[in-house]
Design a protein around this ligand. Structure first.
Ligand code: SF4
Length: 306
């Protein structure tokens, strides 16, 4: 079986030729690439999914405050707020969970880089939000009170993470997942594409539609600057996790209405690479441009250096 692919087109051909479903292929590929026996892959995936669940619970139940003062318990505040413009549980949970996980990262807690630490809230945030809203009756009630959910996980939940990872593999192979190389389109943008893919899968969309949703989400992040204040993965990163989670939800909602991305996923990834190559170095994670050099950004930097 062929395990190396660079595009969705190549992935589709392999799945079709081998007559294998995407999640099953993802597990076989992981075993091949890591040399770890297939039997040990599932428990390892579950272990990592459990880390994301623990992080979101921590971020919601214990407001996260970083030493820099840039992270100030946004997830807990948002989850407990009585005022909402958009009163949809999936939407609210997605934003709250994405914030929670990424605030834990900002405060040095344990997360899964999926695909990176700075974007770690987006994929698990929307997957768990979908799960708690649509499948997990134990999660009913206030958004801020989320119960533990221990492995082994339901195949559908686990498979959503695996399908998301296949989108990440393509972006990594054909472009980059590093903000220092491609700007934040490569981190949060990529995570949004992966999240859209996973949500499409959970909504039982064909793989082509999942990747069309991924294309829609990624298109809306092209050219995104990586300009972290004081060189810390907090501003704009944490709140951007919530914004990009909303991107993914929008992309899937459009796809469910049969609205496709005119530009196919592989071409969007190609465009992302071209844009990343031409972005100024000052907005590729070295904090010499953009938000990092605003008066407020510089004031935080100077205060931290004192
Ligand atoms: S702004 Fe930069 S550091 Fe922050 S999440 Fe995006 S790529 Fe990562």
């Amino acid at each position: 079986m062929q395990f190396r692919f660079h595009t969705f087109g190549e992935l589709e051909t392999i799945l079709h030729t081998e007559k294998i479903a995407a999640p099953e292929y993802g597990i076989k590929r992981e075993a091949f690439m890591t040399g770890v026996p297939e039997a040990r892959i599932l428990p390892e995936i579950d272990r990592r999914i459990a880390v994301t669940r623990d992080a979101l619970i921590k971020g919601l139940e214990s407001p996260q405050f970083s030493r820099s003062g840039l992270t100030k318990g946004a997830a807990a505040a948002f989850a407990s707020s009585k005022r909402r413009l958009i009163r949809d549980e999936l939407f609210t949970r997605s934003l709250a969970y994405a914030l929670a996980i990424n605030e834990v990262n900002a405060c040095g807690g344990k997360v899964v880089s999926f695909p990176t630490a700075g974007s770690s809230g987006i994929v698990p945030g929307v997957i768990w939000a979908w799960w708690d809203t649509r499948e997990n009756r134990a999660a009913e009630g206030a958004v801020g009170r989320v119960h533990p959910c221990n492995p082994p996980y339901a195949p559908r939940l686990r498979d959503a993470f695996i399908v998301a990872s296949l989108a990440g593999v393509i972006i990594a192979q054909s472009a980059t997942l590093a903000g220092s190389e491609g700007g934040c389109q490569a981190e949060c943008g990529a995570a949004g594409a992966m999240a859209a893919c996973a949500l499409g899968y959970l909504e039982e969309q064909p793989l082509g539609a999942c990747f069309s949703a991924a294309a829609l989400s990624l298109k809306n992040s092209l050219g995104l600057a990586c300009d972290p204040v004081a060189g810390l993965v907090e501003v704009p990163c944490v709140k951007r996790n919530a914004f990009v989670a909303a991107n993914a939800l929008t992309a899937v909602d459009l796809t469910l209405s049969s609205i496709e991305s005119i530009i196919p996923f592989d071409e969007v990834v190609w465009a992302m690479k071209q844009i990343g190559d031409t972005l100024p170095v000052s907005i590729k994670e070295n904090s010499t441009g953009g938000l990092a050099i605003t008066p407020t950004g510089l004031a935080f930097k100077q205060a931290l250096e004192r």
